[in-house]
Design a protein around this ligand. Structure first.
Ligand code: FES
Length: 108
């Protein structure tokens, strides 16, 4: 079963920006890359460092802790399927942004 979390207007990032969201027990980073939204878990699947402060290049986020890079669209480690950060679908309806949280899925 999935639920749609409406992102408050002031938390919707402008193009090239990102915002940090706490949704229930999840901490999520919402990116706006070239007007396309991507939502990932803040916790790096390697050792749990925050990805929010990572360096973004195109669609890849580099973790500050050990430098691993993840595709924010797929969640996978670049050039590998060994590690994956949880990703969440983002829907835009009438200029309102929703993050879809699937309660039954592990997102890993
Ligand atoms: S905790 Fe992110 S690369 Fe190690």
């Amino acid at each position: 079963m999935s639920s749609h979390f409406q992102v408050p207007l002031e938390k919707v990032p402008k193009s090239g920006m990102r915002t940090f969201l706490k949704i229930g027990d999840k901490t999520i980073v919402l990116f706006n890359i070239d007007t396309q939204f991507y939502a990932i878990d803040d916790s790096c699947p390697h050792q749990g460092a925050s990805l929010y402060t990572g360096q973004l290049q195109g669609r890849s986020i580099q973790c500050c802790a050990h430098g691993l890079r993840f595709d924010v669209a797929s969640g996978y480690l670049l050039n590998s399927t060994q590690l994956k950060v949880a990703t969440y679908p983002v829907e835009v309806v009438s200029e309102q942004v929703f993050i879809v949280i699937d309660a039954g899925a592990r997102h890993e």
